[in-house]
Design a binder for this molecule. Structure first.
Ligand code: ADP
Length: 396
């Protein structure tokens, strides 16, 4: 079965075409047919919006010279990354009107993501009406969080009425890392206690106990936990209330400050990009250095906390843009954690750029790995699993 995975962000569409089935997935024999990225949506004339971006992605798949497909009708299913599924979805679902309504209801909780995920869905539904469309949620993996991890210290009735709780995000990525780590070790995920660090534009950490998510640093929205590119991470709620009052900020304006003007960018006043901040920090830029220190310190604290939550961890795994490509950040995070048995091999750490590698020292008791994430592969697999559950299986 040919599955197109669409991951639509605010200004980009990532796509991947995979040949897979429950049997191929079980044997690890899914075949990547094509992948690509259309970015700068809205900035350049030939991709003014998501519909044009999806059109371009599809055109590249059917390009007469380099395309992986002769006709778009060969695409059997589309797997859509959906960031916030709230409490409704513990697994992938076939998209219908009721599902769409539920996703739309979660939009205020993921304002940077859900609207773009939905725009991409509507565009691809119009362009691929013959295909079956499945939603795969970032929140689904965290449905196993116990009440002590997801309950906020707010009045119980109020929290229940508005479903104010920790949902957790980047679930597909954290789950991929746990599956891949087990696969590398020729074992099942149930054998391991893992701390996974997804460090991209959005950042989150997850405590995974024997294949199940038991805690995640992101909470009710995609704003909490670690410092991120432009998002604040955890800030004392009292500070936010005072700021709103002192500056006369509306909730909408405050949301913009916390999502788009804070984080690494907010502290440094320079950039949300770790590459730029590393360069400026080396050149003596004080606030670039401070932003990176705050970032690394947050990750360190979560590693310590999740180590405690899990009663000891077998491994810490770094992934996503920063986790996969920034040895300096991994070194700064791990250096103070020797007391937990976490020690890096500096040469291996320096070598591990965008590749799968054990970067721990020989005497480390907690292994440290770099594993490039592959959310798209898992979304393709979840899509075929969902279809084999809800619809009579057919091979095409
Ligand atoms: P997204 O969350 O949008 O999928 P990515 O996982 O691609 O993002 O991560 C993007 C971030 O990764 C960039 O903002 C940048 O900070 C960081 N990054 C990418 N390459 C490097 C690198 N070589 N060194 C340090 N940081 C990097």
């Amino acid at each position: 079965m040919k599955v197109l995975v669409l991951n639509c962000g605010s200004s980009s569409v990532k796509f991947q075409l995979t040949e897979t089935s429950p049997e191929l997935a079980a044997a690890g024999q899914d075949r990547l047919l094509a992948r690509g990225l259309i970015d700068r949506i809205g900035e350049i004339a030939f991709v003014p919006d998501h519909e044009h971006a999806v059109r371009r992605a599809l055109a590249s798949l059917t390009d007469p010279q380099h395309g992986a497909l002769a006709r778009l009708e060969e695409i059997d299913a589309v797997g859509h990354r959906m960031v916030h599924g709230g409490e409704s979805f513990g697994e992938a679902v076939l998209i219908d009107d009721a599902v769409l309504n539920s996703i739309e209801a979660c939009t205020p909780l993921a304002p940077l993501h859900n609207p773009h995920n939905l725009t991409g869905y509507h565009a691809s539904r119009r362009l691929l009406p013959h295909a079956r469309h499945v939603a795969v949620f970032d929140t689904a993996f965290h449905h196993t969080l116990p009440p002590k991890a997801y309950t906020f210290g707010l009045p119980f009735q109020l929290a229940a009425r508005y479903r104010l709780r920790r949902f957790g995000f980047h679930g597909t990525s954290h789950r991929y890392l746990a599956l891949r780590f087990a696969e590398i070790h020729g074992s099942a995920p149930e054998e391991f206690r893992l701390v996974t660090c997804h460090l991209g534009n959005g950042c989150s950490m997850c405590a995974i106990e024997r294949g199940r998510s038991v805690d995640c640093s992101l909470g009710f929205t995609t704003m909490g936990g670690l410092l991120m590119g432009t998002r604040s991470g955890d800030v004392d709620a009292g500070a936010i209330l005072q700021l709103m009052s002192w500056q006369g900020l509306s909730p909408e304006r405050m949301q913009e400050v916390l999502y788009k003007e804070s984080g690494l960018y907010g502290i440094s006043g320079l950039s949300n990009d770790v590459r730029t901040l590393l360069e400026h920090s080396r050149a003596g830029h004080e606030r670039a250095r401070l932003a990176l220190e705050v970032f690394c310190y947050g990750i360190q604290k979560y590693i310590g906390a999740y180590h405690a939550v899990l009663g000891g961890a077998d491994a810490v795994i770094f992934s996503a843009g920063i986790g996969e490509n920034a040895p300096e950040i991994r070194a700064a995070v791990c250096e103070p954690l020797a007391g937990l048995g976490i020690r890096l091999d500096p040469a291996r750490n320096a070598q591990a750029i965008g590749v799968e590698m054990d970067i721990s020292a020989a005497d480390a008791t907690v292994r440290v790995w770099v594993i490039p994430t592959n959310e798209e592969l898992l979304i393709a697999r979840d899509t075929v699993h969902c279809l084999s559950r809800v619809a009579p299986w057919h091979n095409s």
